[in-house]
Design a protein around this ligand. Structure first.
Ligand code: ZN
Length: 305
């Protein structure tokens, strides 16, 4: 009997041991399993965020496009409607009716084409906006000053224009911003107040949420502008002048306000060649050319914040 009791006891002890070891193992494995499941869940959610972000950007573009189409239809179906003061806050009453306001913007300069562009703009009495990068040679400094002296708006387009650097962190963006802002202030004596993000606010390369960079500019009292018309010269081999002309003239049709993206880098020759005809024909079509001012309606790719 004693022996049986001993055996039973041993069995019970063994059973309890197994239960304890089992429980410990289970408690150890449970968090590991949960970690693995959550890890895959996070990956899935990241992809979903990326997909929604992409969808949202497309929606913004689609909204712009459908607005453009509706404006075009309006223009075709009816005679030109007199713009209300609200629609055209920049309109000078004495200058009558306009088909739309056109803001020509030149990015990435100054460069060898800047002088030609400045002369063409003068010839047709057109004021525009130059979003410049940081250059410290004497000629570039001369252009920074001349852009302002000739009545255009001098805007910032980052100091380095190096996407990898400026979009690496908010700190890196802020330090690049400070560099271009103080360079232009030192050279021209005027603090620049308008910015264009390299690649636009909808760029997908930034490692920082672009909203954080927009907030940073906000704190610095700097306004940013994207564009709603492209002349098409952003590619490495720009199209010929006829295509540039068509892109701009068709792009502004039906838009009350067009912010046109152009570049004044040396290789963008066709942009310079197309410019006189763009200005002449749009003027004939009753469009008004203006530089971006603090009263200009913002054109933003990233709309919701
Ligand atoms: Zn650029």
């Amino acid at each position: 009997m004693d022996k049986k009791d001993k055996n039973d006891r041993q069995k019970r002890v063994q059973f309890i041991k197994n239960v304890i070891i089992g429980s410990v193992l289970f408690l150890l494995l449970l968090p590991t399993l949960l970690c693995i499941i959550l890890f895959f869940k996070i990956g899935k959610l990241d992809k979903e965020i990326e997909r929604l972000r992409y969808l949202k950007l497309n929606t913004v573009y689609a909204a712009e496009q459908s607005y453009k189409v509706s404006q075009m239809e309006k223009a075709i179906n009816s005679t030109i409607v007199a713009p209300s003061e609200e629609d055209y806050p920049d309109t000078d009453e004495a200058e009558g009716l306009y088909a739309g306001r056109v803001y020509l913007t030149f990015d990435d300069g100054p460069g060898t084409n800047t002088q030609k562009i400045l002369d063409i703009l003068d010839q047709y009495d057109v004021k525009a906006t130059f979003f410049v990068t940081g250059k410290t040679d004497a000629l570039s400094k001369k252009y920074y000053k001349e852009i302002i002296a000739r009545g255009h708006t001098l805007g910032m387009h980052s100091y380095s224009h190096d996407y990898g650097k400026i979009y690496a962190s908010k700190k890196a963006f802020a330090s690049d911003y400070k560099k271009i802002s103080s360079l232009l202030t030192d050279v021209t004596g005027e603090k620049p107040w308008v910015y264009r993000f390299p690649g636009g606010s909808s760029n997908t390369v930034s490692k920082v949420d672009m909203r954080k960079l927009i907030d940073f500019l906000d704190e610095e009292n700097v306004i940013y502008y994207d564009w709603n018309v492209q002349c098409g010269d952003a590619v490495s081999v720009p199209p010929d002048k006829a295509t540039i002309y068509k892109n701009v003239v068709n792009g502004v049709k039906g838009l009350g306000e067009s912010v046109v993206l152009m570049h004044d880098l040396p290789e963008k020759k066709s942009t310079v060649e197309a410019l006189p005809k763009i200005i002449k024909d749009l003027k004939k079509g009753n469009y008004k050319f203006l530089p971006i001012t603090k009263n200009t309606d913002p054109v933003h790719h990233l709309v919701s914040r």
